[in-house]
Design a protein around this ligand. Structure first.
Ligand code: ADP
Length: 499
């Protein structure tokens, strides 16, 4: 912990390695990637810049480890995952601080809850190993036909920087529980907390079962997606990269799970001009994560009768959020991940400011001077516009920019909510539960929350409709569907007995 605090405060740099076949290694090329603290725009670490050769080594190690791991009694695999959960629980604060330092998410509101959730994922899947059950099929009295849930082999998993330890845990725990071995590629912007999580995992696992690479998408992610020995691909990230991962999967006919982008709608009914709903919208929009979340409720369809008064309340709540150093307890909202993303968010705000039809309700471009200018800090921003058809209402911004759109006819609100190529999350706000549920059923999204704007919990079959993804991984069904394949064995019981 002291090391992390030293790195946060001084110019000290951490040197971290990748995990291949139970050993911590540099990349074959010896090249590295610099990891920055986005709240200070300052280097904090270097990690290996893995490429295709490193991918080969990791996939071969995972492939060698597969026969023994896949035949390990499931309960024993589960027991190891439970031990990992316990070990992680003992080090949550350290992991959370490292995460806040590298990805800019505030420690109190984001990094700590994410660390807790990460450990819970290992606990959850640790208890599920005995649920890898098959079925018997009633072919007739003289036939025994049954299915087995068998692992797929080496899983290649690629994760983004926005919730790296939770998403990493969500690949590692179900894949290993089901008997697969894994090569995980961490995101280049936030590999450090993932490497620490994996270091703790490795203390309990046989070598080669879990391998972790650091590197850029094209140099390291793409060779992993295209590796002939990888038998399953699991990707979380942008829709564009998701398509390329799916193309790679189609070349070899390997199953693929994709959790991609979103432009999630929130529909607020006229009976909901109330503080608890405003708090819910702040949560659903993930403002305290700088809205760098694929489930951010970034299109708000607000009934025209309450439009102005609701926005006034939202303004006072959103502007009360304390933005600043992610490691300080008082901070509600940290910084955007990197310069590229920061410029992209500013570009969208610029577009909004230039558009005649749109009104800036509050926020705007980030401060160019003062303490916030030291890092990639953006401020909560809301534009009002009657159209669902402009760039800010259609594209995933991945920054704290919300578009508010008025409605009068419920069918219009639902039609606009569904008029998107995304379909990940959605939020409905009303006191009339029947109406809320009818809307929930009409919305084309994998996850609709009524009267709350919370995050995922283990056991939840979470995933997208449309271009927001394919497959579910967060639950028992997710593990069975995404990380096992069914084999049927059919036995003729009337085979003559010899001798
Ligand atoms: P984000 O915009 O959230 O960074 P990306 O989809 O670009 O989302 O990145 C998510 C993960 O995918 C990262 O680990 C990144 O390195 C990896 N990645 C990026 N491009 C590719 C690619 N062409 N093939 C495989 N992985 C990639």
């Amino acid at each position: 912990m002291a090391v992390i605090d030293e790195v946060a405060k001084t110019s000290a740099i951490l040197h971290r390695r990748m995990l291949i076949n139970g050993a911590w290694v540099d990349s074959v090329s010896g090249q590295t990637i610099i990891v920055e603290n986005p709240a200070k725009r300052k280097p904090i670490a270097e990690v290996p810049r893995g490429n295709a050769e490193d991918v080969d080594r990791a996939v071969e190690a995972a492939s060698r480890a597969f026969p023994v791991w896949s035949r390990t009694v499931p309960r024993d695999r589960g027991r190891l995952l439970s031990k990992i959960a316990e070990a992680l629980e003992g080090r949550l604060e350290e992991i959370a601080r490292l995460l806040a330092l590298e990805n800019g998410n505030a420690l109190r509101t984001q990094a700590r809850p994410e660390a807790r959730n990460m450990a819970d994922v290992f606990r959850y899947f640790g208890g599920l190993a005995s649920e890898l059950k098959g079925e018997t099929i009633p072919f007739g009295e003289h036939v025994l036909s049954y299915t087995r849930r068998e692992p797929l082999g080496v899983v290649g998993a690629i994760i983004p920087w926005n919730a790296p330890i939770l998403l990493g845990a969500l690949k590692i725990a179900p894949a290993l529980c089901a008997g697969n071995t894994l090569v995980l590629k961490a995101a280049e912007d936030a590999p450090l907390a993932v490497l620490l999580m994996v270091e703790i995992c490795q203390e309990h696992l046989p070598k080669g079962v879990l391998n972790v690479l650091t590197g850029f998408g094209l140099e390291c992610g793409a060779p992993l997606a295209n590796h002939p020995l990888v038998r399953k691909l699991s990707f979380t990230g942008s829709t564009e990269v998701g398509k390329s991962v799916m193309r790679a999967a189609s070349e070899r006919i390997v199953p693929v799970s994709l959790e991609l982008g979103g432009k999630s709608p929130s529909i607020v009914y006229p009976d909901c001009d109330e503080d608890w709903v405003v708090d819910g919208i702040v949560g659903a929009m993930r403002f305290t994560r700088q809205s760098q979340s694929c489930t951010a409720g970034s299109r708000m369809f607000l009934h025209a009768d309450i439009f102005d008064s609701f926005l006034a309340k939202l303004k006072s709540k959103a502007q009360a959020l304390k933005i600043g150093d992610p490691l300080l307890e008082e901070t509600d909202m940290g910084s955007i991940i990197n310069k590229k993303q920061f410029s992209k968010v500013c570009g969208y705000i610029d577009d909004g400011l230039k558009r005649k039809e749109a009104t800036l309700v509050f926020g705007g471009l980030p401060p160019a001077e003062g303490p916030l200018a030291e890092g990639y800090f953006a401020v909560p921003t809301v534009f009002a516009d009657s159209s669902n058809d402009w760039r800010l209402a259609r594209e995933e911004i991945f920054g704290p920019v919300l578009v508010a759109i008025p409605w009068r006819d419920e069918n219009d609100a639902i039609r606009m909510a569904n008029d998107s190529h995304y379909g990940l999350a959605a939020y409905v706000w009303t006191h009339e539960i029947g109406r809320g549920l009818r809307a929930a059923h009409a919305i084309q999204s994998g996850w609709v929350q009524v009267n709350q704007g919370l995050g995922q919990v283990p056991g939840h079959s979470y995933g997208g409709y449309k271009q927001s993804g394919i497959g579910r991984e967060f639950s028992l069904e997710g593990m069975l569907d995404s990380f096992t394949q069914r084999k049927n064995v059919t036995v003729n019981l009337e085979t003559p007995v010899r001798g």
